[in-house]
Ligand binder design. Structure first.
Ligand SMILES: [Ca+2]
Length: 411
């Protein structure tokens, strides 16, 4: 019987490894004794466990690093439509980490948009995504300002949340489907939703503070995808003018230069809804120090279409996202979806231009019009150089849409 005690035994078999004598001298100095093979085996097991743990940590870290971080800043008409569908694409991408969704008034008023977004998250299996309330009204523009403008310069057909009545599209124009079917509501009225009311709640932190906090938390790692009016981002610029320097890049759906459309559109070719809703915000954001700005304008958006055939194809899959698209999507230009797709896979864009871009904030006939210049022709008043997409690989884009909407929600 040994008079010493093995600390290996105490650690691995505390009740079996002690002899009576050992228990009697439990407090005696401990030595590494005795069973070289057992000790060696124990050390080998430890090394293997540590190696496996290190490998798991390395893989986890590498996986986390490969996920691209994005903040979605969006107006969010619903159910479905380009707004919800663009968000769903980012949520469904296994390569993307959606850090938060900030909602701004535009196609509808903010609070109703928040409700549609929360319900979309519930229906598509993305309940963990966080939603932050953004701006209710533009910085300067207003219903009264638009009424004054229309008296002087003519009608503006699509006014998003300001539309007071259903607009019936003239035959042959592009104003069709869900895009123009909204009835006017007061800014804070949230009706019962056709897709069901959400039980999820939005966060209490506002959009601008969330964006600033997150850019500081992950400097140079976060893309901001802006699919609506730019009021939230203008508030970011106002509160923390250097915050844009901390973003990896800014992706915008907005603006219009010279789209090939029916004459009713071409007579107002520089007026695009997202930019028109809050021109001063666009001016502020396009003068801020972003590292990179990419703009998906109407010019390229109108080359796309979500067709009934595509919706039916997606609806054959029995995933939560596919069911959501099947139940609520309609034919529509893929405005916001294209901006998302081009960020997910830049090879979807086959032609692009580098232009200087700004916004007409003159409150005259051109108020809300997109301004662009070829490099060298810009006035040099702080306007930014942006990448403007011109053409795309439609087949690749549509394939991505179907793939993302038919896959299960990423874990
Ligand atoms: Ca939008």
């Amino acid at each position: 019987m040994r008079a010493t005690i093995c600390h290996l035994c105490l650690q691995c078999q505390p009740d079996k490894g002690l002899t009576v004598a050992a228990q009697a001298i439990f407090n005696a100095p401990r030595v590494d004794w005795c069973r070289p093979q057992q000790r060696k085996r124990t050390q080998t097991v430890r090394k293997i466990v540590l190696a496996v743990l290190a490998a798991v940590l390395t893989l986890t870290s590498a996986f986390a690093q490969t996920k691209r971080k994005v903040i979605i800043d969006q107006d969010a008409r619903g159910p479905a439509t380009t707004d919800q569908q663009a968000m769903l694409m980012l949520l469904q991408s296994p390569d993307v980490d959606v850090l938060g969704i900030t909602i701004v008034s535009g196609d509808q008023w903010r609070d109703e948009e928040i409700a549609h977004t929360l319900r979309m998250l519930e229906l598509t299996g993305h309940k963990n995504a966080k939603v932050y309330p953004g701006a209710v009204f533009p910085l300067i523009n207003s219903k009264e300002e638009i009424a004054r403008w229309e008296k002087l310069y003519g009608a503006v057909n699509y006014q998003g949340a300001w539309n007071q009545h259903k607009i019936h599209a003239p035959a042959g124009t592009a104003y069709t489907g869900a895009w123009n079917s909204g009835a006017y509501r007061s800014p804070y009225e949230v009706p019962d939703l056709p897709e069901g009311n959400p039980t999820l709640k939005a966060e209490t932190e506002d959009a601008a503070h969330f964006i600033i906090r997150t850019l500081h938390q992950y400097p140079h790692e976060v893309t901001i995808y802006a699919g609506g009016p730019l009021t939230d981002l203008a508030q970011v610029v106002s509160l923390d003018p250097r915050a844009p320097e901390l973003a990896q890049e800014l992706v915008i759906m907005g603006g219009s230069i010279a789209p090939q459309m029916p004459m009713s559109w071409e007579t107002a070719n520089r007026r695009e809804f997202n930019f028109w809703w809050d021109p001063e915000a666009v001016h502020m954001v396009l003068h801020a120090p972003w590292k990179k700005i990419t703009v998906t304008t109407v010019d390229i958006s109108v080359k796309t279409k979500f067709t009934k055939e595509m919706i039916q194809q997606i609806g054959k899959s029995d995933t939560p996202s596919a069911r959501y698209i099947r139940d609520w999507a309609d034919e529509e230009f893929l405005w916001d979806e294209l901006a998302v797709a081009a960020w997910l896979d830049s090879s979807i864009i086959t032609r692009q231009e580098s232009l200087f871009m700004d916004m007409d904030i003159s409150h005259t006939a051109g108020y809300g019009n997109t301004l662009v210049w070829m490099p060298g022709a810009q006035p040099g008043l702080g306007e930014q150089q942006v990448i403007v997409q011109q053409d795309l690989n439609l087949e690749k884009f549509y394939k991505m849409l179907v793939e993302l909407f038919t896959r299960p929600a990423p874990k």
